[in-house]
Design a protein around this ligand. Structure first.
Ligand SMILES: *Cc1c(COP(=O)(O)O)cnc(C)c1O
Length: 233
């Protein structure tokens, strides 16, 4: 078995274990392979293993790689997205995880309208209120939902967060729990084009605890490909 196959196998087992612990089926959890800085041949190896959801954090990199994959590859934009770049990816990605302003949501709505689609998005929450992170803070989430409700060409499908970098994933448990409470609360209080179905949280260092606390999408890069080399691509 290749190294990547071996790691994916292990991750899938861990995902299944955490899903069962939180009363869900392993299949309820979507594994997104985070492929930033990874070349297309290694990415293809991942897709071969059945991981069809790929996450990129830069528009240019996604565009460079996009044509190397078949149409059943599902692309996720997970990184900070500039308003002026929405037009390049609107017809390519299935879900934008990183919506953190009304201005960005309005641009996505406009571009989606132009090509007659409804774009699925997540609202990014800076759950630990870290200076270095993108996303809106918890106190802004309800107000944001109130505004997004009125944009017909986006569908708000859930929340995303990048939790603090920690050595021990237990340190993030309360942040994930808080995200899940917010996720449930928004789901109960909003309808229209707001349908809370995806809770995107958990990365290499903390995906098991994230799933135990309610995540149903995890974004894993290092755990699959090893440490990234930012200079080769
Ligand atoms: C890079 C990245 C990940 C994956 O991080 P790993 O620690 O390598 O698993 C997940 N989410 C976002 C938004 C990222 O930029």
């Amino acid at each position: 078995m290749s190294l990547i196959a071996d790691r994916v196998d292990n991750i899938k087992k861990n995902i299944a274990g955490a899903a069962l612990k939180s009363g869900r089926a392993p299949d309820d959890i979507t594994l997104i392979g985070v492929t930033k800085t990874i070349d297309t041949s290694r990415m293809a190896e991942l897709v071969e293993l059945g991981v069809k959801h790929l996450g990129e954090n830069k528009v240019q990199e996604l565009l460079d790689k996009y044509d190397a994959f078949s149409k059943d590859t599902v692309w996720h934009m997970i990184g900070h997205l500039q308003t002026n770049k929405v037009k390049y990816i609107i017809d390519k990605v299935s879900l934008i995880h990183s919506v953190d302003s009304l201005k960005l949501a309005e641009e996505i709505n406009k571009r989606a309208n132009n090509i007659d689609v409804v774009m699925e998005i997540l609202v990014e929450v800076n759950i630990a209120e870290e200076e270095s992170k993108h996303g809106i803070v918890v106190s802004e989430v309800h107000g944001m939902m109130e505004k997004l409700r009125h944009l017909p060409n986006i569908s708000v499908c859930g929340l995303m967060t990048v939790a603090p970098f920690v050595e021990n994933q237990e340190e993030n448990r309360l942040f994930f729990r808080k995200m899940n409470q917010l996720f449930i609360d928004i789901g109960e209080n909003f309808n229209n084009n707001i349908d809370m179905k995806f809770l995107s949280m958990g990365m290499t260092n903390d995906y098991e605890v994230a799933i135990e606390e309610g995540a149903n999408m995890v974004r894993i890069g290092t755990g699959i490909f090893g440490s990234r080399n930012y200079h080769t691509l």
